[in-house]
Design a protein around this ligand. Structure first.
Ligand code: ADP
Ligand code: MG
Ligand code: MG
Length: 251
């Protein structure tokens, strides 16, 4: 279970507070969506959870199965079972995609006290999971994300997620820049990982992704806080009426 309580964070340099008391609990096996106007702090929340530099947590807590995430280094957070797919996946020149995946998977297994996968077992699993995401052998050999199209990068993130088998997945605007077919592929990839135990936080600007990845709970974030929580109908309300009504309700 992911538990975020009263999380406050500011930009290290400017000192500007971006997260102003985020409360969020994601139970195992559930899919939570976070929607909200641009600039409300959705990406900042995912960056702070990932441990990216440049942000300072000034109050509150974030735990995964009771483990304090904020105390851990980014790679330790990953080993603890947290996976983040960012809006803009990073390119890693000089590192082959397959090598990257294998290193990440084996580091993860080591952290869990499991044995490394043999080269042939790894190859078998990665090929099977890549195929489901229509990622061809050529893309597996190329440097991570270098020269990949927007859609290919997003599919590659889902492949990383499928290989790492995390406990909690956070996807920040995985749908942005995707055409309908790519969005379906990405959604199918995510849905294939829903197993009744794994939790998901799907951050999205548009309701349309939620037609494919059906959330259990929908949150609206604005001005650094979650201001409203409801069921899937809340996303439809936003699609029809925008955020104005919800924002004025809470003011
Ligand atoms: P969202 O993902 O909801 O669109 P963000 O988390 O990207 O929102 O941004 C929240 C606010 O923080 C915005 O006002 C944005 O301009 C500001 N912000 C985030 N990161 C930085 C940064 N590194 N420097 C300056 N402002 C930032
Ligand atoms: Mg934004
Ligand atoms: Mg964002």
């Amino acid at each position: 279970m992911l538990e975020i309580k009263n999380l406050h964070a500011r930009l290290e340099e400017e000192g500007k507070e971006i997260l102003k008391g985020v409360d969020l609990t994601v139970e195992p096996g559930t899919v939570h969506a976070i929607m909200g106007p641009n600039g409300s702090g959705k990406s900042t929340l995912s960056y702070v959870l990932s441990g990216r530099g440049g942000y300072e947590v000034t109050d509150g807590s974030a735990t995964l199965d009771g483990e304090d995430l904020l105390e851990l280094e980014p790679e330790e957070r990953a080993a603890a079972g947290l996976f983040l797919a960012f809006q803009y996946p990073v390119e890693i020149p000089g590192v082959g995609n397959m090598t990257f995946l294998r290193t990440a998977v084996n580091a993860q297994r080591k952290a869990r006290g499991e044995e490394e996968l043999s080269a042939s077992d790894f190859l078998k699993i990665v090929r099977e999971r890549a195929k489901a995401l229509k990622i061809d052998a050529d893309m597996l050999k190329r440097p991570v994300n270098v020269g990949f199209s927007g859609g290919e990068k997003k599919r590659n993130e889902i492949l990383q997620m499928a290989m790492l088998e995390p406990k909690m997945c956070i996807l920040d605007e995985t749908d942005s820049g995707l055409d309908v077919d790519a969005m379906k592929l990405v959604s199918e990839g995510v849905n294939a990982l829903r197993d009744g135990k794994r939790g998901f936080v799907v951050i999205t600007h548009y309701q349309r992704l939620l037609d494919h990845i059906k959330p259990d709970v929908v949150h609206i974030m604005a001005n650094g806080r979650i201001i409203k929580t409801g069921g899937p109908e809340l996303a439809l309300e936003v699609e029809t009426n925008g955020y104005a009504d919800i924002l004025s309700e809470v003011q």
